[in-house]
Design a protein around this ligand. Structure first.
Ligand SMILES: N[C@@H]1[C@@H](O)[C@H](O)[C@@H](COP(=O)(O)O)O[C@@H]1O
Length: 344
């Protein structure tokens, strides 16, 4: 058992971000990429969630049309109704070995689309079957729940967007924000144990609901996935606006809700309404610098979605560890083998 492996990966995040930004500035070049109007993202798990999170930025700041598919959904479409000249298919997989993601990439190429693959491992099957390749630059991540890989995957997609932009977008503005976020991540990793030491009652959760305001859908979905992967507790997620469309009904004293507000959707009424009604309610506040269990600094383009991811990675590490459980313990691991979820 190597219980602190996941924490070491989380702690390595600022270094991984430095490596990625450095590689982006030295190596990655807009000139090598084709011009496109439509960007189609394909990925599973965290690699789907990062794509969901960046669509807001691509659509609103970069003048790009976006679509996001799970690999099996993409494979079920006979042919996309998008022009081959104006479309780029971006296929994402940290390991580069997810079986259906690789099948989706092969289909995209067979259908005649230009493809970009993003992985951490440059020798992975995905990296060797694409037109353009970009590396996460996060170093090895040998555990089930992805942390620094998720964060660099997300940042890489923002950076890639600036290279594909149909508007004149100055990538230095984005990089400046990310440099700030890197410092905030360091502070968050340092301060989290103190907060957690005062909230040990949290560890007894047997259900989780993450309610995230727009534009944090990808980060919200990732939050639910991350905690469920290590705590082995059923989790679900919803956007704030969808919450009162049914998700609110089963909420009771035994519920555990993580609320993520945003300046676009402050959630004050929701917080006040449920505060005394339920077991645990944790507020991730991006609106002002007070009131939240975690107050996350707001950035341009809603880039604080990156920092929100770290909050949930820390929950996902500290809760099982407090209970003496390895966050990366075996949990139906042989199922992956049974269904041949990976190519290697
Ligand atoms: N438990 C992992 C997830 O954490 C990961 O996000 C997903 C996709 O992996 P990859 O990005 O390597 O395709 O695979 C597994 O299900």
């Amino acid at each position: 058992m190597n219980t602190d492996l996941m924490l070491r990966y989380i702690e390595d995040t600022p270094n991984a971000i430095t490596d990625l930004l450095d590689t982006f500035e030295r190596v990655y070049s807009k000139d090598k990429l084709p011009v496109a109007k439509n960007i189609v993202f394909i990925g599973s798990g965290s690699s789907f969630n990062t794509a969901c999170q960046v669509t807001f930025f691509y659509e609103n700041y970069l003048g790009l049309n976006t679509q996001v598919y799970y690999p099996d959904t993409f494979l079920s479409i006979r042919e996309l109704n998008l022009s081959k000249q104006n479309t780029l298919i971006v296929v994402i997989s940290e390991t580069g070995t997810s079986t259906y993601t690789n099948m989706a990439l092969s289909k995209a190429r067979k259908d005649g689309y230009k493809t970009i693959a993003l992985t951490q491992y440059k020798n992975a099957p995905l990296a060797n079957n694409c037109d353009y390749y970009f590396n996460f630059c996060c170093g090895e991540e040998n555990c089930n729940a992805k942390t620094k890989g998720y964060t660099n995957n997300l940042i890489l997609l923002y950076l890639l967007g600036t290279m594909l932009a149909n508007t004149s977008f100055d990538s230095s503005k984005l990089i400046k924000e990310i440099e700030e976020i890197k410092k905030e991540i360091k502070n968050l990793i340092e301060s989290f144990p103190l907060w957690f030491s005062k909230h040990h009652k949290l560890v007894r959760m047997n259900n989780i609901l993450v309610v995230g305001a727009e534009p944090y859908l990808g980060a919200t979905k990732e939050a639910a996935l991350k905690m469920s992967e290590t705590m082995l507790v059923q989790s679900s997620f919803t956007t704030a606006e969808e919450f009162p469309h049914g998700f609110h009904r089963p909420v009771n004293q035994n519920s555990n809700i993580f609320l993520i507000n945003s300046t676009a959707y402050p959630l004050e009424k929701t917080t006040n309404y449920f505060q005394t009604k339920i077991n645990n309610m944790i507020l991730i506040n991006t609106v002002d610098n007070q009131n939240g269990d975690f107050n996350i600094k707001k950035h341009k383009y809603y880039l604080e979605a990156i920092t929100i991811g770290i909050v949930f990675q820390l929950f996902a590490y500290y809760i099982p560890t407090y209970l003496g459980l390895d966050p990366n313990r075996n949990a139906n691991d042989d199922y992956d083998e049974l269904i041949k979820n990976r190519l290697t």
